[in-house]
Design a binder for this molecule. Structure first.
Ligand code: N01
Length: 487
C-alpha cells in the first residue's frame, strides 16, 4: 500500500541510562532515530551505580557480561567486581558518544499518548513530545525492606544492600545480614575478614554452584588486546555454556538438571564440614527454583569462627540487635537488609497513559500484560527492554537487550518509512503470546513450589519458559500480523 503519510524523522525518549539505555542509544542512532536519554540519577550505570555493597560482582563471566560489539581486554577477573563493570558501561557511553545525549537528574514522571505522539514530563518540569518511548528502566531497582517488627527501633547503623552507606565502618564491629540471596552471599565473604562478627539471618537456604573466580594476568590481557578475536571466541564459549546447561535445566531438561543438582550437592557435601551446619544450608526445594548462587567463597566464609548462620527465624528487631524465634538476642552494631527488590514494577511509579487515557497501572492491575516482553496493547510506540517475561534467570541480560533491540529496529521500520504513525501489538497476539508462555510455565523449575522474586503477584513466574534458542529465533524478526499499524 502506498504511504499516505509524509516520511518524518523519528524522535525517541529513552528512559534510564543503565546497561539497556546506553545500548538503546547506540542502536537507535544506528537506525537513524534521534533520542534523548532521561536518567533519574546524576550518573549512568543503573544497577551497577546503585549497588555498591562490599563484594559486588557479576556472576556471569565478564567476557560474556559485556556488549557483544564492545569486548573489553582489561577485565581483571573472570567475574569482575561491580566498580569495573560500572566503569565499562560509562566508558562505552563515552566511546559511542552517548553520554552527551543523557539528561541527568531528570526522572520521567509521566508519559501521555495522544495523536500518535507521547508527551513526557520529568520531575523537574521538563517536557518533550516524542514519537517513541523506550523504557530501559531495569527491574531490580525498587529495594524491599522487610516487614519485621521493631525495624525502626534499631539504634545501630542499618541500610538496604542497594543503599550501602560507605560512611559506616565495619572494622571490628558486629554486622548482621538479613537474607541469603545473590547479594547477601557476596557480602558475607567480602566482610568476614573485617568485621568482628558476621551474623547471617537465613529464612531459606540456597543452592550454590562453585564457580571459581580467577584473575587475568597482564600477559592474558595483552593477548586480548593484540587479538580481539580471542575475546569474541570467549564470549561465544560462555554463551554456549550457559545456553546448554543452566538455561536448559531450568526449563525442563532433566539431564542438565541432574548435572546441576549433582554439582550443587557435591559442593555442599565436600565444602561444608559440620553436618549440623550442612543440614541448615541444605535447601528443601529444587536447584534453580530460586536464582542459583555461583560462588566458591561463600561456604568457606560462613564456616569462619567469627561467622554465624541463624536459621531459627527473626522474632523482632530490638534497639541492640535481632531477637530470634528461640529467644536469643544477636547483638549488632550494623544491620544490612539484603532483602531484595520488587522485580515487577519496571518503569513505575511513572504514570503511563495510553490510548484514550488508559492507565498502564490499570492494564497491569492483575498481571504485567505484555507482548513479547517489549510492548503493551493500547500503548502504541511504547516499548520496554528486559520487560516482563524476558529471559533472565542466570542468563546475561545484556544479550537479551541486544536481541530485543535488533527486533525493535525492524519493528520501527514501517514508522520510519512513513507507512504508519504508530504501532501497537494486538490484544489477540498478546493474549496468544501470554497463554503460550503460561502454558509452558508448569515445565519450569520456577513453578516447583519455592518462593522467589521471579513470581508475580498471582504466584506465577514472570520468566521466559523456553530455551534461549527459541528466544533468539523469536527475536530474529517481528511478525507484523501481531501488530496494529495505526495511520
Ligand atoms: O535479593 P533476593 P538479592 N525475613 O530477593 C530474604 C540479582 N543479583 O538482592 O528466600 C527474613 O534474591 C529472602 O528470604 P526468602 C539477581 O538476579 C545479581 O539477593 O524469601 N528474610 C532472601 O533470602 C538476584 O536474584 C547478582 O525466604 C527475608 C533475601 O532476603 C537479584 O539481584 C548479585 C525477609 C532476598 O533475596 C536479587 O538478589 C546480586 C524477611 N522478612 C544480585 N524478606 C549477580 O551476581 C526477605 N528476606 C549478577
Amino acid at each position: 500500500m502506498a504511504s499516505t503519510l509524509a516520511k518524518r524523522p523519528l524522535r525517541a525518549a529513552i528512559i534510564g541510562a543503565g546497561m539497556s539505555g546506553i545500548l538503546a542509544g547506540i542502536k537507535l542512532r544506528e537506525a537513524g532515530i534521534a533520542f534523548t536519554i532521561y536518567e533519574k540519577a546524576a550518573r549512568a550505570g543503573g544497577t551497577w551505580r546503585e549497588n555498591r555493597y562490599p563484594g559486588i560482582a557479576c556472576d556471569v563471566p565478564s567476557h560474556h557480561y559485556c556488549y557483544s560489539f564492545a569486548p573489553n581486554p582489561e577485565w581483571s577477573q573472570r567475574f569482575s567486581p561491580g566498580p569495573e563493570i560500572l566503569a565499562y558501561f560509562e566508558q562505552v557511553a563515552v566511546t559511542h558518544e552517548i553520554d552527551s545525549r543523557i539528561r541527568f537528574n531528570e526522572e520521567v514522571v509521566s508519559a501521555v499518548y495522544g495523536g500518535g505522539e507521547w508527551r513526557i514530563k520529568t520531575a523537574r518540569g521538563h517536557e518533550e513530545t516524542v514519537d517513541i518511548v523506550l523504557c530501559a528502566t531495569g527491574f531490580l531497582h525498587h529495594p524491599v525492606l522487610p516487614n519485621i517488627p521493631g525495624r525502626d527501633k534499631f539504634t545501630g547503623d542499618a541500610f538496604h544492600s542497594a543503599r550501602w552507606d560507605e560512611s559506616v565502618m565495619l572494622a571490628g564491629r558486629r554486622v548482621g545480614i538479613i537474607g541469603t540471596g545473590s547479594t547477601a552471599m557476596q557480602i558475607v565473604p567480602a566482610i568476614v575478614d573485617t568485621a568482628a562478627k558476621v551474623t547471617m539471618f537465613q529464612r531459606t537456604a540456597q543452592w550454590v554452584l562453585p564457580l571459581p573466580n580467577v584473575a587475568y594476568t597482564e600477559e592474558e590481557k595483552a593477548q586480548f588486546r593484540a587479538e580481539p578475536d580471542s575475546m569474541t571466541k570467549l564470549y561465544a564459549t560462555w554463551l554456549e555454556r550457559f545456553q546448554n546447561t543452566i538455561s536448559r535445566a531450568v526449563v525442563g531438561d532433566a539431564l542438565e538438571m541432574s548435572r546441576l543438582e549433582a554439582g550443587c550437592r557435591e559442593n555442599l557435601e565436600h565444602n561444608v564440614h559440620d553436618p549440623v551446619l550442612r543440614a541448615k544450608l541444605t535447601p528443601d526445594y529444587k536447584v534453580g527454583c530460586k536464582r542459583l548462587i555461583m560462588s566458591d567463597i561463600f561456604y568457606p566464609a560462613i564456616q569462619r569462627p567469627n561467622a554465624e548462620l541463624v536459621t531459627s527465624g527473626i522474632e523482632r528487631i530490638e534497639p541492640h540487635g535481632v531477637r530470634d524465634r528461640e529467644g536469643n538476642l544477636h547483638e549488632l552494631d550494623v544491620l544490612v537488609y539484603a532483602t531484595g527488590f520488587n522485580g515487577h514494577a519496571f518503569m513505575r511509579p511513572m504514570q503511563v497513559l495510553g490510548v484514550e487515557g488508559k492507565r498502564l497501572d490499570d492494564t497491569w492491575a492483575q498481571s504485567n500484560l505484555t507482548h513479547r516482553s517489549m510492548s503493551v496493547p493500547g500503548f502504541p510506540n511504547f516499548f520496554m527492554l528486559v520487560g516482563p517475561y524476558s529471559p533472565i534467570g542466570n542468563f546475561s541480560v545484556i544479550l537479551i537487550s541486544e536481541l530485543q533491540l535488533n527486533y525493535l529496529q525492524q519493528l520501527l521500520a514501517p514508522l520510519q518509512r512513513g507507512d504508519c504513525r504508530a504501532i501497537a501489538p494486538t490484544f489477540e497476539a498478546t493474549n496468544a503470546f501470554l497463554s503460550e508462555l503460561r502454558g509452558a510455565m508448569g515445565n519450569t523449575v520456577w513453578a516447583t513450589g519455592c518462593k522467589s522474586w521471579y513470581l508475580d503477584k498471582t504466584g506465577s513466574p514472570e520468566m521466559w519458559p523456553f530455551t534461549f534458542e527459541r528466544f533468539r529465533d523469536d527475536m530474529s524478526r517481528p511478525r507484523f500480523e501481531e501488530y496494529d499499524l495505526i495511520h
